[in-house]
Every structure is written in structure tokens, then in C-alpha cells.
Design a protein around this ligand. Structure first.
Ligand code: PXG
Length: 461
């Protein structure tokens, strides 16, 4: 594996230095922007402001580089501001800014759907576009409910998620999600939802590289839910092949196969939420390929445009799509969609990102780098307060012991110190640090990421 990323060219070095030397004015009044999933008051006292980016680096308004160890929010898989993606967006904006995809179409929407379908395994061959991961999961859940309706099995309305799952912030995704803070403020959510148990047990699996040996049998809880509710009331099960937002929980070995088998036995649809795992994060186009398990639908977002323009979607198996293609041909088959489904800018960015993934073999690159990444992550074992390190593909989650006074404070301090003092961006999820770099990360940068993390972990002890 080359030491430099595939695009480490002279042009890139020049672009990086101009990003570094430029400065950007910051508004005086930070108050009106109510920031999402942010400790607003703390941020506004000591902002972590980003003005520019190129490849693996962000730059602050003063031009200070910050190594992006999070691929943005698990999304800039090809690195930041890649020239072919920038050029494709610019050209598309000049050619066609918007056209509806309700009853009309534009060529790139069809081209992109074909490209995505070709990357997906088995007969996952129809793509429904959304603008985010949250819309993707709500769309998949609605397709599941509508599918059973058109099949004449309208009693199948129950949706099953999993404890510690994250499926975005729509009412559907929040309801099947299993992270308590994302749920407890928002009332009763959707009725008719149940949850599988989480698949993590620190005592049984701490410091495992890749998928843990323990936990396959946790899929059997689906049989218990079938016994409790009756299979004829259950529409679909949705799981992330690797739960990212909860701090990187890889699926236990055999778990997804077992879920698939139980779903098949009872005619339940299986949805993989691959908003994070899609587009190379685990070394394959989709995690479904890594695990050799074909779900009925795949939700995607983030990496489809390498984070450059919002886009998400659902890939459905042929049988699901075809079940809707009945009745008079002038009638809408699925009463669902978004104004910006398959927006031209997103389609252009998506096609350019898929070209980059293919031309630079970035999924293969992620796979080849995984052993080094795993070793580097595990090198932090033994540092003060490190309770567990999990890793799969190019992701790692490092659990730190909570401070006795404040749960989440040590993680917050680490994230803040990383940005201000060490020049690296990591995600602090409670007291877990999540790292997941662009797939263009070099071996030297992997070393740098974990060296820096080691320093931070010692400093917040
Ligand atoms: N499903 C999964 C599996 C996700 O990880 C969504 C759905 C929702 O996607 P949108 O595009 O609506 O945000 C996500 C999003 C984190 C973090 O905690 C993770 C996500 C988003 C923001 C932060 O690191 N995942």
C-alpha cells in the first residue's frame, strides 16, 4: 500500500497550501444558528469553526489545519473537495439547476440509479432517492408497510429495530432507533414498534478486532418477538450491519445470517441501514457484500456523494418494486417522494463520487488498509481509562471511562482538546471516541491519527 493517498499530486499540495494560507471572516453573532446535535452554549463560548477543506484536512478561519479523522460525519469517503466532484457540481449547476422527478425525469437520475443498482448485490435493483439518511430509513419503513398492503397482508404493520440502533431523526427512524436520548424527549413515537436486544457485551468481547465471536444468538430474540406478536403482524426488521452512531458496534459473526434466516422463515422483510456502511466504509460497496447476506432493502446516504451534496435513498429488491407495478398504468404506484428526490446537483455529485471510488479503487483500498488500521487502533489498549476498543473496516470506537461527576464529559473534553490543541477532528459520542477517516487516508496519516489520539487520551485522564 502506497504511503501517500492516490491523489497526492503536486496540484493537490498547492491546493492544500492555498487553503491553509487564506483567512475567512467569522460573523460576530453566532446566536441565531441553533446548531443540530450540539452543546450550543458551550460551542458558542469557544467555537470550533471550520472554513475550508481539502482532502484529509479541514482549515480553521485562521488557516490552521485540522486532520479530519471522521470523514466529516462518516460521509466524505473520497476526501474533501475532490476536484472531479467540485467540477461536476459546478457544471451541473450551470446546466440544469432543478427539474422535478414527479412525473418528469432528467438523465443523470436514471444513470445514477443504474450505477447504484450495479454496485448492490443480488436482485437489489431499484433505487428510490431521498435527500438524507433519515428520509432513507423512513422511506424504507413506509415501502415495507405499503408492500404488505399491496400484497394483501395489511396486518403486517409492526416494525422492529434494535437497542442502540440509529436510523436518523424522522418519526419512523426515531421510533425504531434505540438510543435513549434520541427518543425520550419526543413522546410516544410510532405505535407498533419493538426492539431486538443490542449485540454488545464488553465482558465478552472487549478489544476484539473486527466482528466479535460473541453475540450471534442475540438474533434469536427475533423468534421471541414472533412468538409474542405473531409473524403476521410484523412488516420488517431494520438494523445497521455496523452500528456507528452508538460508538461502532460491529455485527457479531453469523448474526446477520441468522437474522436473514429467521426473517425468511416468517416472511419478514429485512432492511439494512447502510447509511454509514455503504460506499466502502467496510471495504466493500455495501456491508451486505462483506457479510454475504442480501437484505430486502438497503438504505444509503452520506458516501453516495462523498458528503458533497445531500442525498440518500433506498435500494429495493426486484420483488418488492414489482409488487407495486400493478393496476392502471396512469396511476401513481407509490404515494411517496420528496421535491428534491434525485436533485440534479446530487446526481452529478453522486456520479462523480462513484467514478472516483472506481478509478481510485477506494473500496479495495479500505479493505487493504483494514489490518493496519486495526493494529493502530488496538495500540491504544492499556492507556489510562480505555475500557474497550472496537474496530471494523475503516472505523474504530474507543470507550473511555466516564468521569465520576459527569457522564460524557471526558469524551467532550477529548473532542474539544483534539480540535483546539492537537489539530484533529474526532467524534465524541458520550465517552466514546469514534474515528472513521476518508478512505484516501495514508498509512502515515493512520499513524498520526492514533498518535494524536494517544496524547489526547493521556491528557484527559
Ligand atoms: N442511519 C444511520 C445508520 C446513520 O448513521 C442516519 C440514518 C441519518 O442520516 P441523516 O443524513 O439524516 O443524518 C444516520 C446518520 C454520529 C452521527 O453520531 C451519525 C450520523 C449523523 C450524524 C452524526 O457520529 N448518522
Amino acid at each position: 500500500m502506497a504511503e501517500t493517498s492516490p491523489a497526492m499530486t503536486k496540484g493537490k499540495a498547492m491546493a492544500q497550501s492555498s487553503a491553509q494560507t487564506k483567512t475567512t471572516a467569522v460573523p460576530n453573532d453566532l446566536e441565531p444558528f441553533w446548531m443540530p446535535f450540539t452543546a450550543n452554549r458551550s460551542f458558542k463560548k469557544r467555537p470550533r469553526m471550520i472554513a475550508r477543506a481539502k482532502d484529509l484536512y479541514y482549515y480553521t478561519p485562521e488557516g490552521r489545519p485540522v486532520l479530519d479523522a471522521c470523514a466529516g460525519l462518516w460521509c466524505t469517503n473520497a476526501g474533501h473537495n475532490r476536484d472531479p466532484i467540485v467540477a461536476a457540481i459546478q457544471a451541473q449547476a450551470a446546466e440544469l439547476d432543478f427539474s422535478p422527478t414527479f412525473q418528469f425525469g432528467h438523465p443523470k437520475a436514471f444513470e445514477l440509479a443504474s450505477r447504484i443498482a450495479a454496485l448492490a448485490p443480488g436482485d437489489l435493483d431499484h433505487v428510490f432517492f431521498t435527500n438524507s439518511g433519515s428520509e432513507a430509513t423512513d422511506t424504507a419503513l413506509k415501502i415495507a408497510l405499503a408492500y404488505w398492503n399491496v400484497k394483501g397482508e395489511g396486518s403486517r404493520t409492526r416494525l422492529i429495530g434494535r437497542e442502540r440502533g440509529y436510523h436518523g431523526v424522522g418519526f419512523g427512524g426515531t421510533s425504531v432507533g434505540g438510543m435513549v436520548n434520541n427518543r425520550k424527549f419526543f413522546g410516544s413515537l410510532l405505535a407498533g414498534v419493538d426492539h431486538l436486544p443490542m449485540t454488545y457485551n464488553r465482558e465478552r468481547q472487549a478489544f476484539t478486532k473486527g466482528e466479535p465471536e460473541w453475540g450471534e444468538e442475540r438474533a434469536n430474540a427475533l423468534e421471541d418477538l414472533v412468538t409474542l406478536h405473531g409473524a403476521n403482524t410484523i412488516a420488517a426488521v431494520i438494523v445497521e450491519p455496523m452500528a456507528g452512531s452508538t460508538g461502532v458496534l460491529p455485527a457479531p459473526k453469523g448474526y446477520l445470517h441468522r437474522l436473514r434466516a429467521i426473517c425468511d422463515k416468517h416472511g419478514i422483510l429485512l432492511i439494512f441501514d447502510e447509511v454509514i456502511t455503504g460506499f466502502g466504509r467496510l471495504g466493500t460497496a455495501f456491508a451486505a457484500e462483506r457479510y454475504g447476506v442480501i437484505p430486502d432493502m438497503i438504505c444509503f446516504a452520506k458516501g453516495i456523494t462523498s458528503g458533497s451534496v445531500p442525498m440518500g435513498g433506498v435500494i429495493a429488491r426486484k420483488g418488492i418494486h414489482d409488487a407495486f407495478m400493478k393496476g392502471p398504468e396512469h396511476v401513481v404506484e407509490l404515494f411517496h417522494g420528496y421535491t428534491y428526490s434525485a436533485h440534479p446537483l446530487a446526481c452529478a455529485a453522486g456520479l462523480a463520487a462513484l467514478d472516483l471510488y472506481r478509478d481510485e479503487k477506494l473500496f479495495e483500498r479500505a479493505k487493504a488498509l483494514e489490518p493496519k488500521w486495526a493494529d493502530a487502533a488496538m495500540s491504544l489498549k492499556g492507556l489510562p481509562n480505555v475500557l474497550d476498543i472496537r474496530q471494523v473496516g475503516l472505523t474504530a470506537g474507543i470507550d473511555l471511562a466516564s468521569r465520576p461527576d459527569f457522564v460524557g464529559k471526558r469524551g467532550y473534553d477529548a473532542m474539544e482538546m483534539a480540535f483546539h490543541d492537537v489539530g484533529i477532528m474526532v467524534r465524541g459520542i458520550g465517552d466514546t471516541l469514534a474515528v472513521t477517516p476518508p478512505l484516501t487516508v495514508s498509512e502515515a496519516q493512520i499513524g498520526e491519527i492514533f498518535d494524536k489520539l494517544g496524547k489526547i487520551i493521556k491528557a484527559v485522564s
